[in-house]
Design a binder for this molecule. Structure first.
Ligand code: SF4
Length: 349
């Protein structure tokens, strides 16, 4: 099992090797208090400790390099620089609940290489630490306070930014548990979107500490050969194994089966034919999953793929609905600022 990596906690443990466990809890609670914006504000800590922390430990694990807001909706994208000088992106978007959703990154770059994805076109650089993941919530919380005051709320978190979250299993799990403990986020308002790393999906089935969050598995094709062309990390037996896993997930995790969905990026002329829709419907009948999100492919710089047109999407959706599948279309946000699904790349230029 990988170890949780937290630069901040490691630094603090070097400074205060024998501090009681409740101190860590005090700090973590303060991190997510929108009224506190520095070590000096954690008045539950002894004054000397606050001073030492202020001098030696960064309050947040990344700093803002660039902020850009969409002209067509309220989506905002931030380019963040880590303490070791690397860059990644994170996105804030308005949601139907009158609150905000944050789309967080889990890695810098990604090894999965999905054909339609700007992150996949980058080399994999490294996993984000638990601090760097959890602090994306803190970054946006502070941003909202400064811009709109204390009344705004982050109600949802989606792991749909840069990286394959299950390839950074321990750190994303630790970040989710931190949010669940220190914010008002509920587990069913957190979505972990994955290309479907089978070894990690199996781990979820036996991991008693895995939180009851929603899982969204990106299919992109229910034809093995075609899927491998879109998701190069896929294997010939992936779809069969995934179907088998989904039934065990439904049995083992009871109600959580309701929170398991598929995602399907519709790429014009690649995976959006009516034949592909029928193959998908047939495949879904072999799984325990009856819900799918259809996402028109968003164009990326230098890419040659385009999203399906709306008539095609409608016809594709109709075939699924006729088979009793709960198919919905995901609205894209922030397309004009390269902040929509598949468009994050984290360049400093
Ligand atoms: S879609 Fe997700 S898993 Fe695929 S390359 Fe992009 S970031 Fe990685």
């Amino acid at each position: 099992m990988d170890k949780v990596s937290s630069m901040r906690q490691e630094l603090i443990e070097q400074l205060f090797p024998s501090e009681p466990a409740y101190r860590r809890k005090q700090r973590e609670r303060a991190f997510f208090d929108a009224k506190i914006d520095g070590w000096a504000g954690i008045t539950t800590l002894p004054k000397l400790e606050r001073q030492t922390l202020q001098d030696k430990v960064p309050w947040i694990s990344h700093q803002l390099a660039k902020l850009i807001t969409s002209d067509i909706d309220d989506t905002t994208k931030a380019l963040l620089q880590t303490l070791d000088g690397m860059y990644f992106e994170t996105v804030l978007l308005p949601n139907a609940r009158g609150a905000w959703t944050i789309c967080v990154s889990s890695q810098i770059g990604c090894a999965m290489g999905c054909r339609f994805c700007a992150t996949g076109a980058m080399d994999f650089k490294r996993n984000l630490t638990v601090d760097e993941i959890a602090d994306q919530y803190r970054f946006w919380q502070q941003h909202l306070v400064k811009k709109l005051g204390n009344t705004e709320r982050i109600s949802n978190v989606v792991f749909m930014g840069m990286g394959e979250p299950l390839a950074n299993y321990e750190n994303i799990k630790a970040a989710i548990l931190t949010w669940l403990e220190n914010t008002d986020l509920g587990p069913t308002h957190i979505i972990v979107s994955t290309v479907g790393l089978l070894t990690k999906l199996e781990e979820i089935l036996i991991d008693a500490t895995w939180p009851p969050v929603r899982l969204a598995i990106s299919l992109h094709s229910a034809d093995s050969v075609e899927r491998q062309k879109i998701v190069p990390s896929s294997t010939p037996d992936f779809l069969t194994k995934l179907a088998d896993w989904s039934h065990r997930y439904a049995v083992n995790l009871g109600n959580r089966r309701l929170y398991l969905t598929f995602e399907y990026t519709l790429i014009a002329g690649v995976n959006d034919s009516l034949r592909e829709a029928r193959v998908l419907a047939d495949y879904m009948m072999t799984t325990a999953v009856r819900k799918i999100n259809l996402i028109p492919c968003n164009p990326i710089d230098g890419g040659d793929l385009a999203g399906s047109d709306s008539n095609n999407i409608l016809a594709f959706e109709k075939i699924l609905l006729a088979r009793g599948i709960d198919a919905t279309r995901r609205r894209s946000f922030g397309g004009d600022i390269q902040a929509a699904c598949g468009q994050l790349a984290g360049s400093a230029s």
